[in-house]
Ligand binder design. Structure first.
Ligand code: 3PG
Ligand code: MG
Length: 395
C-alpha cells in the first residue's frame, strides 16, 4: 500500500487527531447500530495503549450550524461502552473549550470532540477551520473510510497540515478492496442489486471493465428485462433508462463479459409482508404482478456462478429484502457465498447502502472476507473514483 499506517509512527505522548465516522444511527438518544464503532475500537485501544493522547473527530448527520439534536454526545457515550474505556466528551471541536480539554489530557486518555459539521468550515474545507483543528494535534490519523468521499476539513484538509496516517479500519478496508478490484483472483464476479439503475450507471460501467461476470438483481434488473422486451407487469422500472440498459448489455457482450439476469421471479400483487406470492418464469410475469425477488432457478444459477468464481464483490440486495418473504433470494445467495468463503474457495467483499443491512438479515457478515460499513464511499470506490480522504494519505 502506498500510504503510512500506525506501524510507521511513534505516537507516545503525541496528540493524535483521529478522524472516525461516528455517523451512526441514533434513536431517542441511543445508538441503535454500533458496527462502525466496533470497527474503530481496535485502533482506538491501540493508540491509547501506545500512550498517545487520542482526540476523536467526526461529523454526525447533516446539521445546518450548531444543533443540540445532532450532538455527538450520546455517540461518545457508546464509544466508551464499546471500547470499555472512559471517553471524555467536549462540547466544541475548536476554540477555547477544545484547546483546554486537549491541554489537560494525559497519555492514554481519549476525548471526543463535538460534531465538526456544527461549523460550515468543515464541509467547505475552509483553511481557517482546518488550522483551528490542526492546532489541537500533532498527527492526523484517518480511520473513516466511509467519509473518505468527502473533501472536508477533518476528512481531507488536515492531511495537508499534519503528518497523515491511515487508521487500522481504513487500512483493513483498503487492503480488502485491493484483493477485489485491483489484484483479484479470477474469475471475478459482481452482484449488483438495488432499486435503480440511474444511481448506479457509473458503477455498472466501471465494474463491467473489471469483472468476468456481472449478476444483476433488485428492481434494477426489471429495467434490463424490459429492455429485452419482456413484460414486467406492475414492477418498479425506469422506463426512460431502457435504452441505457440495452447499451450496457450490448457493451458487455462486445467486451466478452457475462451479464446474468433473473430467469424466474417471485411475484405478488403488492409489496406487503406475507402477501400471497407465486414463482413464475421470467417471461410469464402477469399484468398485475410485481417482481419482488429472484426465483429459485435464478438463485441456483447465481450460486453456480459463485462456485466457479474466486472473487466476489457485492453491492445491493436481490429483492425487496426488508419485507418477508422477499429476502429469500438474498439470504440464500449470501449463505452460499459465506460457505464458499469459509471453505477458502471465494474471497467475498460487500458494502454500500442497504447491503450491510441485507447481509445482516442473512446473518453472514462475520463470514464474508470483508463487509464495508461505508455507503457512498463504497459506491464511489466501485465507480473507480479517487476518494479525497484516501488520496491525501498517499505518500
Ligand atoms: C455516511 O454515513 O455515509 C458517511 O458518514 C457520510 O455522511 P454524509 O453522506 O452525510 O457525508
Ligand atoms: Mg451518506
Amino acid at each position: 500500500m502506498s500510504f503510512k499506517t500506525l506501524d510507521h509512527v511513534d505516537v507516545k505522548g503525541k496528540r493524535i487527531l483521529v478522524r472516525v465516522d461516528l455517523n451512526v444511527p441514533v434513536e431517542n438518544g441511543v445508538v441503535t447500530d454500533s458496527t462502525r464503532i466496533e470497527r474503530i475500537a481496535p485502533a482506538l485501544r491501540e493508540l491509547a495503549d501506545r500512550d498517545a493522547k487520542v482526540i476523536l473527530l467526526s461529523h454526525f448527520g447533516r446539521p445546518k450550524g450548531r444543533d443540540p439534536q445532532q450532538s455527538l454526545k450520546p455517540v461518545a457515550f457508546e464509544v466508551a461502552h464499546v471500547i470499555k474505556r472512559p471517553v471524555k466528551f467536549v462540547d466544541d471541536c475548536i476554540g477555547e473549550a477544545a484547546e483546554k480539554a486537549v491541554a489537560a489530557m494525559k497519555q492514554g486518555d481519549i476525548i471526543c470532540l463535538e460534531n465538526t459539521r456544527f461549523y460550515p468550515g468543515e464541509e467547505k474545507n475552509d483553511p481557517a477551520f482546518v488550522a483551528a483543528l490542526a492546532k489541537l494535534g500533532d498527527i492526523w490519523v484517518n480511520d473513516a473510510f466511509s467519509a473518505a468521499h468527502r473533501a472536508h476539513a477533518s476528512t481531507e484538509g488536515l492531511g495537508h497540515l499534519l503528518p497523515a496516517y491511515a487508521g487500522r479500519s481504513l487500512q483493513a478496508e483498503l487492503e480488502a478492496f485491493e484483493k477485489v478490484l485491483d489484484k483479484p483472483q479470477r474469475p471475478l464476479a459482481a452482484i449488483v442489486g438495488g432499486a435503480k439503475i440511474s444511481t448506479k450507471l457509473d458503477l455498472l460501467g466501471h465494474l463491467l471493465q473489471k469483472v468476468d461476470v456481472l449478476i444483476i438483481g433488485g428492481a434494477m434488473a426489471n429495467t434490463f428485462l424490459m429492455a429485452q422486451g419482456r413484460k414486467v407487469g406492475k414492477s418498479l422500472v425506469e422506463k426512460d433508462l431502457a435504452a441505457t440498459a440495452s447499451k450496457i448489455m450490448h457493451d458487455a457482450i462486445a467486451a466478452k463479459r457475462e451479464i446474468v439476469l433473473p430467469v424466474d421471479a417471485v411475484v405478488a400483487e403488492k409489496l406487503e409482508a406475507n402477501v400471497a406470492t407465486r414463482v413464475v418464469d421470467i417471461d410469464k410475469v402477469g399484468d398485475n404482478d410485481m417482481i419482488l425477488d429472484i426465483g429459485p432457478r435464478s438463485v441456483a444459477y447465481a450460486i453456480s456462478v459463485l462456485a466457479r468464481s474466486k472473487t466476489l464483490v457485492w453491492n445491493g440486495p436481490f429483492g425487496a429484502f426488508e419485507t418477508q418473504p422477499f429476502d429469500t433470494g438474498t439470504i440464500e445467495v449470501a449463505e452460499a457465498a459465506a460457505e464458499l468463503t469459509a471453505a477458502g474457495k471465494l474471497t467475498t467483499v460487500a458494502g454500500g447502502g442497504d447491503t450491510v443491512a441485507a447481509l445482516n438479515v442473512a446473518g453472514v457478515v462475520d463470514r464474508f472476507t470483508y463487509v464495508s460499513t461505508a455507503g457512498g464511499a463504497f459506491l464511489e470506490w466501485l465507480e473507480g473514483k479517487a476518494l479525497p480522504g484516501v488520496e491525501v494519505l498517499k505518500t
